[in-house]
Design a protein around this ligand. Structure first.
Ligand code: URA
Length: 194
């Protein structure tokens, strides 16, 4: 079963690499499909690749990604072990603009299929764009970060985007509290499993 998830995700990745569903494909160096452990219980979803991610084909590898990795490490999460990270759109929007609603709609099918393979218990939405697409368009990230939402049996938590934390360092303590809450939530869900 677990081997199946890895194989299914790899097959899906191969399909995604040739995607031309929207205009973002024309400017890309690489499709940024996603990375991590498809057997994990926790999926992180960002908005879309930036420059470094586009060049390397991996999500969250620029400055925001370095901060994200530090926050993950502090709560015993690791992109190579116990989480999976993907984005709403798989190709970089020009000049890092927000992905347009139609680009999100064209791309979201890939994320849905990643979700269907993984069947995570918890989804963490990194920033406004991911939270509005995954949870509800009514989400206001400054107001709602750290709250828990339940959708189709999955717990969803919006958090502040690490790039926003780099711009507004005074928001870091609040963002870190959300990660501590997430750690507690994961521990509880593991206990409930055993
Ligand atoms: N910001 C995102 O939302 N996703 C990435 O992969 C990188 C930066």
């Amino acid at each position: 079963m677990d081997q199946d998830k890895k194989t299914m995700m790899e097959n899906l990745r191969k399909d995604c690499l040739s995607c031309e569903r929207c205009g973002l494909c024309r400017g890309r160096h690489n499709v940024v499909f996603g990375t991590g452990n498809p057997e994990a219980d926790v999926m992180f979803v960002g908005e879309g690749p930036g420059e470094q991610e586009d060049l390397r084909g991996e999500p969250f590898v620029g400055k925001a990604g370095i901060l994200l990795d530090k926050m993950l490490t502090a709560v015993d999460l690791d992109r190579n072990k116990n989480i999976y990270i993907a984005n709403i759109v798989k190709c970089r929007p020009p000049q890092n603009r927000d992905p347009l609603p139609e680009e999100q709609d064209m791309c979201i099918g890939w994320l849905r299929r990643q979700f269907a393979i993984m069947r995570p218990k918890i989804i963490v939405c990194l920033g406004r764009i991911a939270a509005c697409k995954m949870i509800s368009p009514d989400i206001r990230i400054k107001r709602d970060h750290g709250k828990l939402f339940r959708k189709g049996g999955v717990i969803m938590m919006p958090v502040l985007h690490p790039a926003a934390l780099l711009r507004n360092p005074s928001d870091k303590p609040g963002a870190f509290e959300d990660f501590l809450r997430l750690q507690q939530l994961i521990e509880e869900s593991i206990k409930a499993q055993s």
